[in-house]
Design a protein around this ligand. Structure first.
Ligand code: HEC
Length: 345
């Protein structure tokens, strides 16, 4: 069996069963993970999406219809599952037996809110910003100070942009202790957002993964990256992109531009959810953080004593907040944030 899976983040997180056979655990012993993912640690390693082969007992796969089941075994307190992006069966010679045309991708643009009514959407927004959450659904999970809006984009646009499904949002909200109704209200709020959601932005496609053609795409698609398929299998495969006209000095001349957004690399960038904080500063340091100048500056929250609200200043501020636009009266001439008041952080 050949699999490409996202977020298989520890051994035995997943099991697979073919027809009425036994459940087979997916781990670094049962699975042969393809390079370069294997050298980065295989299952549980640095590549969030990996390809692997699983040897099956002879006779398990039948000619004709087969039933393939996947199971999520247990949470580690961080994740609630994994995604099988592609699967196939290989014959002894390594040839894929199912044509690509046997599979169809869902189109996220067709996804509907589970509770589309205005009051449910409004309730979902409230919950996103204010609901009290448990850290996980494991026994004795602590109550968090952080809200969905703290760890994610404040308005939830990250889930919209990367096309997280209703199911994923509902299950994640339940994982944090919310009811099914509340979870569906949050999913409905996310679906209602007008933020962009490019078709190429999917939970397994690493943000800003470089690849040919990126620059000519519309700006809103840039964060979606060039897709998981743009990740190369070895460093050497980058060479023809660096030297499209054969190896020569001109390609690397300091007077020319080597466009790193368009040169694919064998380093798989983190997928979106791996940029999210597992522990928010509000829960790591509590009031030390809540009432810090940093939280006041960033969010306007807490009783920190600085007058600067960084977010507000960046959105509504004038020239003062542009790099190098003015010279600080106190520490001139090298102020990095354009402060004029001597407040330097
Ligand atoms: C403490 C920070 C934090 C809070 C609070 C938080 N999240 Fe997350 N969220 C994360 C992290 C970290 C992940 C990635 C987990 C992983 O590695 O699978 C994640 C993943 C997700 C995912 C993707 C799950 C998947 O595997 O498909 C969804 C959807 C999500 N969160 C929704 C929510 C919602 C809804 C809330 C509020 C009810 C919330 N999150 C609150 C940090 C947070």
């Amino acid at each position: 069996m050949w699999l490409q899976a996202n977020n298989l983040s520890y051994d035995n997180k997943a099991s697979v069963r073919i027809n009425n056979g036994a459940w087979i655990n997916l781990n670094n012993t049962t699975c042969d993970v393809a390079e370069p993912g294997k050298s980065y640690g295989g299952i549980g390693g640095g590549h969030n999406t990996i390809k692997m082969k699983l040897a099956l007992p002879e006779g398990l796969v039948l000619n004709g219809a087969n039933q393939i089941s996947f199971r999520f075994n247990q949470s580690d307190g961080v994740t609630i599952g994994y995604r099988i992006i592609r699967l196939n069966f290989l014959n002894a010679g390594g040839t894929r037996l199912m044509p690509a045309s046997s599979f169809a991708d869902e189109n996220p643009a067709t996804w509907q809110a589970p509770r589309p009514g205005a009051s449910d959407v409004a309730a979902g927004q409230q919950l996103w910003r204010n609901a009290s959450l448990n850290e996980s659904y494991l026994p004795n999970a602590r109550v968090l100070q952080a809200k969905c809006a703290d760890c994610h984009a404040q308005d939830g646009r990250d889930l919209k942009y990367f096309n997280y499904s209703n199911r994923s949002i509902v299950e994640r909200a339940k994982y944090h202790g919310l009811s099914v109704t509340q979870a569906e209200q949050i999913a409905s709020y996310i679906r209602s957002l007008t933020a962009p959601a490019p078709a190429t932005a999917r939970p397994w496609n690493p943000p800003y993964q470089p690849g040919p053609g990126q620059d000519s795409k519309p700006l809103v698609e840039w964060a979606a990256g060039a897709g998981i398929d743009a990740v190369l299998d070895s460093d050497a495969e980058s060479l023809p992109y660096i030297f499209p006209n054969g190896v020569n000095e001109a390609a690397l001349a300091t007077s020319s531009t080597l466009n790193i957004r368009e040169i694919p690399v064998a380093m798989q960038f983190l997928d979106w959810k791996h940029w999210l904080p597992i522990i928010h500063p509000k829960d790591a340091w509590g009031d030390e953080f809540n009432n810090s100048n940093l939280n006041k500056m960033y969010n306007g929250q807490g009783s920190g004593n600085t007058a600067i609200n960084l977010r507000r200043s960046l959105t509504t501020g004038n020239q003062t907040y542009r790099l190098g636009a003015s010279t600080c009266q106190v520490c001139k001439p090298i102020c990095r944030i354009g402060s004029t008041s001597g407040i330097c952080s």
